[in-house]
Design a protein around this ligand. Structure first.
Ligand SMILES: O=C(O)CCC(=O)C(=O)O
Ligand SMILES: [Fe+2]
Length: 230
């Protein structure tokens, strides 16, 4: 007799506990950056990675620089491939629910006026990188907070692909080349930082690297239209 596989129930609503929210808000207020070792349940992480891996290679696009011009490709700056997310998948939907709780919580704690969240999967094949950049230029964008959730299973130091975050560049001062901190892309780890503040780069990857990158945005559009995700 054929048996139906015993599928685990979907992770309906992973909780964002108040103490965790407070620690994120405090770190962002004090340092502008926050690293969380494992904020999401393993079942959700596994579901996301399964979904990520099930997507056809051809659906992943070469990432452009700047949201407005997807065609402005510059492989010397970045060589990852991306897939924008929506609520079609139950695990993505659960992730977006958690992010929505975080958005509301951060608005309560930090009065940031975060309006929405957009995110994509990012796939870095062996040899891929993303050179030093800012996710937002002051006054020129509505991205306020950048988030990255890492999904590479069993990451080891020799796999590379660390995220190096550099100190904020003060106008007129020389840029430093020593990172403020280096985030290892360990499975389940998440980093959140102020998009306009910190230049950062993804060091060359030695083994396929999986992540979910996203941005909390403010609605800075005129005339009531929110600019769409590219
Ligand atoms: O994956 C990371 O660690 C950072 C990615 C990034 O900086 C970006 O996509 O803008
Ligand atoms: Fe970035």
């Amino acid at each position: 007799m054929k048996t139906t596989p015993n599928l685990a129930p979907p992770p309906v609503r992973p909780r964002l506990d108040e103490p965790v929210l407070e620690s994120i808000a405090n770190a962002l207020r004090a340092d502008g950056v926050c690293v969380l070792r494992a904020p999401l349940p393993p079942a959700l992480l596994a579901g996301l990675l399964r979904h990520f891996r099930s997507i056809d290679d051809r659906s992943f696009k070469r990432a452009g620089i700047g949201r407005e011009d997807e065609h402005q490709l510059n492989r010397s700056i970045r060589s990852d491939r991306i897939f924008w997310l929506d609520r079609d998948n139950q695990y993505v939907s659960a992730y977006l629910n958690w992010m929505e709780e975080l958005r509301l919580g951060l608005n309560r704690h930090l009065i940031l006026g975060l309006f929405d969240y957009e995110c994509h999967y990012a796939y870095y094949d062996r040899g891929a990188f993303y050179k030093k950049h800012l996710d937002a230029f002051q006054g020129d964008t509505n991205r306020v907070l950048s988030t990255v959730l890492y999904l590479t299973p069993n990451w080891q130091a020799r796999d590379g692909g660390e995220l190096a975050i550099y100190p904020s560049v003060v106008h007129g001062e020389k840029e430093t080349h020593t990172p403020l901190l280096t985030v290892e892309p360990r499975f389940g780890q998440m980093v959140i930082f102020l998009s306009e503040e910190f230049p950062h780069e993804v060091l060359p990857v030695q083994r396929p690297r999986y992540s979910v990158t996203g941005w909390f945005r403010v609605n800075s559009s005129l005339g009531g239209t929110v600019d769409p995700a590219s």
